[in-house]
Design a protein around this ligand. Structure first.
Ligand code: GAR
Length: 209
């Protein structure tokens, strides 16, 4: 990655892809400093892949059930991503844990966005779990992926109030508005400035000309 050309992003999705769309829209401005070179998924027929196709971005989809083991799927996913030689991989609503082969190749370059304020409410049900617990503030967290479940070093967080009458859906939709802004701001800074992980702490910077 250098200052002279935009950072290459591979984005991984499993669903509607609104976070992907926010990145695609941001990348339309050359000053953003990044471009989406491919979008990968763990399933076919999702709006996230359709968004990529409409934007003219190459896609690939690898389903776990088409492989003999989770490890083989993970290695195939790593291979599919490697074909695009990304600087940063963004897991944006990708509902699978990345395995040891993938992280051996790309550890430190993969970020994931999660709809809760880590370390609270890891896993697949961040908004529902926050609502059930009764917290008054929740939000979204962007972190550098490690082998745990939503445990990696934190790049950015955005806080969102829980309001009376919230359902899982209304709360998640409000989180996603804040999440998209956080994601676009942070990935842009990572692309333009670089980023350094020191233990649990992440800071922007360190990109040399
Ligand atoms: C996002 O809120 C993301 O944080 C969440 O799925 C949503 C995807 O929305 N991811 C997880 O819950 C992963 N644990 P999108 O497909 O519209 O970008």
């Amino acid at each position: 990655m250098s200052h002279t050309e935009p950072a290459a992003l591979v984005v991984l999705v499993s669903g509607s892809g609104t976070n992907l769309q926010a990145l695609l829209d941001a990348c339309a401005d050359p000053a953003y400093g990044a471009r989406v070179v491919a979008v990968g998924a763990d399933r076919h027929g999702i709006e996230g892949l359709a968004r990529a196709e409409r934007a003219g971005v190459p896609t690939f989809a690898l389903q776990v059930k088409d492989f003999d083991s989770r490890e083989e799927w993970d290695a195939a996913l790593a291979g599919a991503v490697a074909a695009y030689d990304p600087d940063i991989i963004v897991s944006a609503g990708f509902m699978k844990l990345l395995g040891s082969t993938f992280l051996a190749l790309y550890g430190g370059k993969v970020v994931n966005t999660h709809p809760a304020l880590s370390p609270s409410f890891p896993g697949m049900r961040g908004p529902a779990d926050a609502l059930a617990y009764g917290v008054k503030v929740t939000g979204a967290t962007l972190f550098v992926v490690d082998p745990g479940i939503d445990t990696g070093p934190i790049v950015a967080q955005a806080a969102v109030e829980v309001v009376d009458g919230d359902t899982e859906e209304t709360l998640h939709e409000r989180i996603k508005v804040a999440e998209r802004t956080m994601l676009v701001d942070s990935v842009g800074r990572m692309a333009r400035e670089g980023f350094v992980v020191e233990g649990r702490r992440v800071r922007f910077g360190g990109l040399v000309d």
